[in-house]
Design a protein around this ligand. Structure first.
Ligand code: NDP
Length: 241
């Protein structure tokens, strides 16, 4: 059997890079998407040999074009890891509509965009694996993140609804809810705030991107067909959901 093709959105750095590399190492043919950081994407491809595709996951048309190109280059996309995400933090009473909307479009509408483009093919072939990267802050909420928490919480609902629709067609849909992982996103948190966060993590440290990738590999496997509609919390024991 030809190796399955996997799309990892935001797959060129941070958690996405670790997911792309883990999938490549497991024999999948990987396409890593990115939003605009050309230099990071170029370095990523040089380092890993994985092709990088630039498109804005918040735009349905961009996603459609990008995924068509990937399918032309590599073949039908059978696995999607919806990982691209951003933060635009601020308390609600100081948040403007742009901050709200950008996060909802990039973190949540993106899941609709990629899945909508791929779903017909997955249903026709009787196989698909979708993994949506949520967040502990979508489960618990977080001060200063109504936009991010709403988007990530929405991902969990999206996952369960789509899982029900795909179940009879071999398409599984699951979410991973990472806790705090050592990436650029978390490095942007002020050190004094980060110190307080780490103090609340039972294992006593930030997670590693590779520890999220491990969960993705588990969920996308061919023999994971009975796991659907689940959320896997990978958070060092923080909040025992
Ligand atoms: P990073 O900020 O390190 O990387 C984000 C990735 O998403 C980059 O590849 C970036 O591309 C891409 N991206 C951003 N916006 C777009 C867009 N509009 N279109 C396409 N690609 C885009 O993030 P992390 O690795 O930390 O986070 C990955 C995911 O995990 C996110 O969904 C995040 O919310 C989630 N998460 C992270 C946690 C953490 O502690 N780090 C905790 C819980 C969840 P480019 O390089 O071009 O900018």
């Amino acid at each position: 059997m030809t190796a399955r093709v996997a799309l990892v959105t935001g797959g060129t750095r941070g958690i996405g890079e670790a997911i792309s590399v883990a999938l490549r190492d497991a024999g999948y043919r990987v396409a890593a998407n990115y939003g605009g950081n050309e230099q990071k994407a170029r370095e990523f491809t040089e380092r890993t040999g994985i092709p990088a595709y630039r498109f804005d996951v918040a735009s349905f048309e961009d996603v459609r074009h990008g995924m068509t190109k990937i399918e032309h280059d590599l073949g039908p996309i059978e696995i999607i890891v919806n990982n691209a995400g951003i933060t635009r933090d601020g308390v609600l009473h100081r948040m403007d509509f742009e901050q709200w909307n950008e996060v909802i479009q990039t973190n949540l509408a993106s899941c609709f965009n990629t899945c909508r483009v791929a779903i017909d093919g997955m249903r026709a072939r009787g196989f698909g694996r979708i993994v949506n990267i949520g967040s502990i802050n979508g489960q618990a909420g977080q001060y200063g993140q109504v936009n991010y928490a709403a988007a990530k919480s929405g991902i969990h609902g999206f996952t369960k609804a789509m899982a029900q629709e795909g179940a009879g067609k071999g398409v599984t849909v699951n979410a991973i809810a990472p806790g705090y992982i050592d990436t650029d996103m978390v490095r942007a948190v002020p050190p004094n705030v980060l110190e307080k966060i780490v103090a609340k993590i039972p294992v006593g440290r930030l997670g590693k991107a590779e520890e999220i990738a491990r969960g993705v590999l588990f969920l996308v496997a061919d023999d994971a067909g009975f796991i659907t509609g689940s959320t896997l919390s990978i958070n060092g024991g923080q909040h025992m959901y």
